[in-house]
Design a protein around this ligand. Structure first.
Ligand code: ADP
Ligand code: ZN
Ligand code: ZN
Length: 723
């Protein structure tokens, strides 16, 4: 009888010993089913210890060891253990997070070769992304992508008909085995000098870890650089991990990759793919059967035995940081992984995060640049419109209205960017103090006129818009402020001849809705787009030549010290949508603070000047990246309980606090109430990362033993984004 040490997804920082018949060293990394308390959990064997601290008689046997499924590799175990260590999260929870859904449920996943993955051809992608009512074949195709693109999964859904044969006949899919010469890769564009220089710098580097910040203006052709790098890696028989913030929003990106590498085995891991598809993709990768893994945040945990290169596109994007559960930064984990597996990593962006920019200027990362757009068009011109003096008409200044009018006359598209959905952010009573507060959160409910509801954007609570003030009976309730719905209404009235299309999460609820909207825009079926940040990312709309920015000032003086960085990145990105093809683009930003350095940098589209400036401010204020932070957060039904727990945690730390550490007082969070829970935080800071890590390593395990009410929950967030 041998002992196995198992990581189980439970919120305690330890491993658990079980007995197991005939466990052998190759069982390390295997999924097991074990009894934990009264439940059965899926865990992973991480060690075969010779002895246990628990008396042999008290050890329970594992219920089942999954030998049909390959064991997780040593690299993968090292990666997840690093994440648990660095983010001070229970290793069992990290491993559960890193496993795909079917393995987490310990379902057997079949990846036998008689059922090869099917991949979409470019025509298949086009068919999938087409708007309008889907035909029967397109429904098959969509279901295929959803279910896990194999012959069998299609056969299961349509046992009688031969749906797969139909899709193959239409050349929408092909068996993704390497030996399918039916498709020819497209003709490659000639690289620009800048692109060639970047490629040379990366490909001539010594083998091994080589971190690169690829800073390229919007439209500079960063993707083309990624593709060439990937091509080279594939030729060497290596796997490429390509990470993007949100695949669902940028189907173009995925199409470009499948189109360029018709013979490669591409595994696409994102929430749009079904559970089985993700699990199969993961196992394919584990078996070394993937050439390109394309995915969002979670894909950083894909096992990759032949890893040759990591690419992180839009490295500054906050969605790389998980904001719940294990709060890891996929970008930072990717850098660790590249280092651990000794491969190059390319962090691409037009607007680097201050962290990466600093590493690049320090020389820790190689700083490579693309300063010009790849195709003919120039960078768009940026103009600031002073709204202190201008009279606004429905929130729009005269120059912006005129600019939209010109685009309409020239049959070009305009995009008005307002990062606030709904009709108005609050409904207020003019006669008393009543506002549409959410009863469960420290936030106002937003007016949604389309379905006539007040809705909380934090917890989802909603109710019909009242016809009179619930407190005083006043009938003339006023929507205050402006959201995308209001702007849409106004633009429709102002330009009755134009087709106005709103693009935000209320319209694009599903991936299907979103793809249909994109198709509509590409087909030129809209003249004026009103959009939130969904519209900011990576899109290429040929006839879009004007971007108007309204309502951006609020972020300038927000209490979050990262707000200006986000605002700058967002406005550079959304501005980058203008004039991508051969038509010149223009960006008009309405602001009361035109002299603010942020807007001055935007006007010059100078990401470096902004980074220097923002870093100077951070240095003076003692903020990251010049200090390192961790946040202990606690929530409970009563604020006192959350604060009291944090105070105990603080007292506990103060008994032997190292000199390099600073602990602030527990305070309520900025949004102190969310979904009926009161939230508080305790900030821990140090000028040295190692000192912070060492402290957390001692302190966090002790937190599990502090007295806390049953209803209290706490968590540690290392390198928090929201402070
Ligand atoms: P980025 O990702 O840097 O914003 P993209 O890679 O999307 O830019 O490139 C912008 C556009 O330029 C795309 O339509 C792309 O096909 C085109 N492009 C990129 N490199 C070249 C090149 N060397 N020659 C011609 N067109 C190019
Ligand atoms: Zn009232
Ligand atoms: Zn709420």
């Amino acid at each position: 009888m041998s002992i196995v040490r198992v990581a189980i997804p439970v919120p305690v920082p330890q491993l658990f010993d079980y007995t197991c018949d005939h466990a052998v060293p190759t069982d390390v990394g295997r999924c097991v089913r074990v009894r934990f308390g009264r439940r059965i959990e899926t865990g992973i064997v991480v060690e075969l210890p010779a002895t246990s601290d628990i008396a042999p008689a008290r050890l329970r046997p594992v219920e089942q060891i999954l030998r049909d499924t390959p064991a997780m590799s040593a690299d993968w175990l090292a990666l997840t253990r690093f994440v648990a260590r660095y983010y001070h999260a229970p290793v069992g929870e990290v491993m559960a997070l890193a496993l795909p859904p079917e393995l987490r449920r310990a379902t057997t996943v079949d990846i036998r070769d008689d059922d090869p993955l099917l991949a979409l051809t470019p025509a298949g992608h086009t068919a999938l992304n087409e708007g309008g009512r889907p035909s029967r074949a397109r429904r098959h195709l969509a279901a295929l992508v959803e279910a896990g693109p194999t012959r069998k999964s299609v056969a299961r859904q349509w046992p009688d008909g031969d749906a797969t044969a139909d899709l193959l006949r239409r050349q929408w899919v092909y068996p993704a085995a390497p030996a399918n010469p039916a498709l020819t890769p497209p003709k490659l564009p000639t690289l620009t000098d800048e692109q060639s220089a970047v490629l040379d710098a990366i490909t001539t580097a010594k083998p091994g870890f080589f971190p690169v910040l690829l800073q390229g203006v919007t439209g500079a052709g960063k993707t083309e650089v990624y593709l060439r790098l990937a091509e080279r890696s594939l030729a060497l028989g290596k796997t490429v991990l390509m990470m993007v913030p949100e695949i669902a929003l940028t189907p173009q990106f995925e199409s470009r990759i499948t189109e360029r590498f018709p013979h490669a085995r591409i595994v696409s891991l994102h929430s749009g793919a079904g559970d089985m598809a993700r699990s199969r993709g993961f196992l394919r990768a584990l078996e070394g059967d993937a050439d390109i893994v394309l995915g969002t945040r979670l894909s950083v945990f894909t096992p990759l035995p032949r890893l040759g290169l990591i690419i992180v596109d839009e490295e500054h994007d906050p969605s790389y940081k998980q904001q719940e559960g294990v709060r890891y930064s996929a970008r930072d984990v990717a850098v660790w992984r590249a280092h651990h597996q000794a491969v190059p990593i390319v962090l691409g962006t037009a607007t680097p995060s201050l962290e990466s920019w600093r590493h690049a200027t320090d020389g820790r990362y190689r700083h490579l640049r693309l300063t010009k757009r790849a195709v003919a068009a120039q960078m768009p011109t940026v103009r600031l419109i002073d709204t202190r003096r201008a009279k606004l008409d429905g929130g729009l200044s005269k120059p912006l209205i005129e600019a939209i009018g010109q685009r309409l006359a020239r049959k070009e598209q305009s995009l008005i960017f307002l990062n606030r959905r709904g009709f108005a952010p609050v409904l207020a009573c003019p006669s008393c103090e009543w506002v549409s507060a959410c009863p469960h959160c420290a936030a106002n409910r937003v007016v949604h006129l389309n379905d006539r509801r007040l809705r909380c954007h934090h917890c989802g609570f909603d109710s019909p818009i009242p016809i009179a003030c619930p407190d005083c009976g006043e009938q003339d309730l006023q929507p205050l402020g402006r959201g995308t719905q209001k702007l849409e209404v106004h633009l429709t009235e102002r330009f009755p001849e134009a087709r106005v299309l709103r693009v935000d999460r209320d319209v694009a609820r599903s991936r299907g809705d979103w793809l249909a909207l994109l198709a509509k825009i590409h087909a030129g079926e809209a003249d004026i787009l009103v959009g939130t940040q969904m519209m900011a990312k990576g899109h290429d709309f040929e006839r879009l030549t004007l971007v108007g920015v309204v309502g951006a000032d609020a972020a300038l003086y927000a209490s979050d010290f990262r707000a200006p960085e986000r605002l700058f990145q967002q406005l550079m990105q959304v501005g980058g949508r203008a004039g991508r093809a051969h038509l010149a683009g223009e960006v008009l930003i309405q602001t009361e603070f035109g002299d603010h350095p942020l807007f001055q940098c935007l006007k010059r589209q100078d990401a470096d000047a902004f980074a220097r400036l923002a870093l100077d401010e951070r240095r003076q204020a003692g903020f990251p990246p010049f200090t390192f932070q961790a946040m202990l957060g606690a929530d409970a039904p009563q604020l006192e309980d959350a604060i009291a727990f944090l105070q105990r945690a603080r007292d506990d730390a103060m008994t032997d606090l190292p000199a390099a550490l600073m602990l602030y007082d527990p305070v309520p969070m900025r949004m102190h109430r969310l979904a009926r829970r009161e939230r508080a935080q305790l900030l821990v800071e140090s000028t040295e990362r190692a000192a912070l890590q060492q402290f957390l390593g001692v302190w966090v395990p002790r937190l599990y033993r502090l007295p806390a009410g049953r209803e209290l929950r706490w968590r540690v967030d290392v390198d928090p984004l929201d402070v």
